[in-house]
Design a protein around this ligand. Structure first.
Ligand SMILES: *Cc1c(COP(=O)(O)O)cnc(C)c1O
Length: 402
């Protein structure tokens, strides 16, 4: 293992994880593109299965490239250890299936990554696991939803796509007083900006498709556990459920991870300037960005995050058509779901990422029809501002609002 935890934050992603190749001295971790690993003898095979001898067996159960990525991300988040998964949803579904059973109840953030809530409400419900999704930015809503069988509190902060902030320390305290596990989806911050283990998280999940990989060319996830026994339970489930990561995919994510600090920093600088500019723009109805003093979670952001990140949501003056015209008029920013890549993406959650939620649930969670989500990337600020400016002018002109 490297000593990345002793380095300053900007150096850590560059050196996190094990030293790459002890045989030939490769500086980048090699891709062990193999499904299975040979044994010297039947005894050795038996010992590896029994766990009395370390070594690899079969890639669903473990692979050196994937292992290097797990160790690297785990060094950045802290905690005990991590398990890389095929996608972010594989990390989330494995966490639920591993740690919950029939009769259990979970409380989650209402404005959460869409499929997380759909997984609970229309898949795990058939196994008798129930869930309540509440506005967790007010801790009283969590307290009110507690039942005797509440076994997990699941927080996403900043939340998708409302960019609301939940008090991690407070939510963690409620979970532990209740005897429930505290699980945090840390995708929107990445380990550069928020480390939920510091605030009592038992398990952290990430979609590494987003900031950790950062190049919009891989889907991937990871589960991180605070303690050895939780890690062992999660690992046992993952190896059987089969949502394991492929070694080539692991290598790509590890390559992307090396530049995490500079990507997060550049995108955040752009987002801070764009949010300030958008807030003052006459065509903007409202804006949600935790870096702005007008955001209700601004002080909390300063307490629990190292920066406000690069996700902005806003509404334009006018109606749904105005919003659509604005989005369709963007030239540099690409109309696509996802986030955390080097390029700026824009999308319309009510008709895209969150269209699977019933309209009343969506509106209650603050995911209104006019909400536009901007995932700011690493282009030059002036190019992004010019793009927004011309699209806002077009939308306003076409509906005759401004
Ligand atoms: C994208 C995303 C996920 C799901 O990840 P996939 O890699 O698409 O499966 C989960 N949570 C958040 C916050 C996300 O943005």
């Amino acid at each position: 293992m490297s000593n990345a935890d002793k380095l300053n934050p900007n150096s850590r992603p560059i050196h996190a994880g094990p030293d790459p190749d002890l045989v030939n001295g490769a500086v980048s971790v090699p891709i062990y593109q193999t499904s299975t690993f040979s044994f010297d003898s039947t005894d050795q095979g038996a010992n590896r299965f029994a766990g009395s001898e370390s070594g690899y067996i079969y890639t669903r159960l473990g692979n050196p490239t994937t292992r290097a990525l797990e160790q690297a991300v785990s060094e950045l988040e802290g905690g005990y250890d991590g398990l890389a998964t095929a996608t972010g949803m594989a990390a989330i579904s494995t966490t639920f299936l591993s740690l919950l059973k029939t009769g259990d109840h979970i409380i989650g953030t209402d404005s959460v990554y869409g499929p997380t809530r759909i997984l609970m409400e229309s898949h795990l419900d058939k196994f008798g696991i129930t869930s309540d999704w509440v506005a967790t930015e007010d801790l009283d809503n969590i307290r009110k939803a507690i039942r005797p069988n509440t076994k997990m509190i699941y927080i996403e902060t900043p939340a998708n796509p409302t960019i609301k902030i939940t008090d991690l320390e407070g939510a963690g305290r409620i979970a532990h007083e209740t005897g429930a596990l505290f699980v945090v989806d840390n995708t929107f911050s990445s380990p550069m900006l928020q480390n939920p283990f510091e605030f009592g998280a038992d398990v952290i999940v990430h979609s590494m498709t987003k900031y950790l990989n950062g190049h919009t060319d891989v889907v991937a996830g990871i589960i991180l556990a605070r303690e050895a026994d939780l890690y062992a339970r999660l690992k046992k489930s993952l190896l059987i459920l089969g949502g394991t990561m492929d070694p080539h995919q692991a290598w790509l994510v590890l390559r992307g991870l090396r530049t995490l600090a500079m990507r997060v920093r550049t995108a955040q600088e752009n987002a801070e300037r764009l949010a300030t500019w958008l807030q003052a723009h006459p065509a903007i109805q409202w804006i949600s960005y935790p870096g702005l003093q007008s955001h209700p979670g601004h002080e909390l952001m300063k307490k629990q995050m190292k920066g406000p990140g690069s996700m902005i949501s806003f509404g334009v003056k006018g109606d749904l058509e105005t919003a659509k015209t604005m989005i369709n008029s963007m030239k540099l920013a690409t109309l696509a779901v996802s986030l955390g890549g080097i390029e700026t993406l824009i999308e319309h959650p009510a008709s895209m990422t969150h269209a699977g939620m019933p309209k009343n649930e969506r509106e209650e969670a603050g995911i209104t029809d006019d909400l536009i989500r901007l995932a700011v990337g690493c282009e030059d600020f002036d190019d992004l501002k010019d793009d927004l400016e011309q699209a806002l002018a077009k939308a306003n002109f076409e509906v005759g609002v401004g």
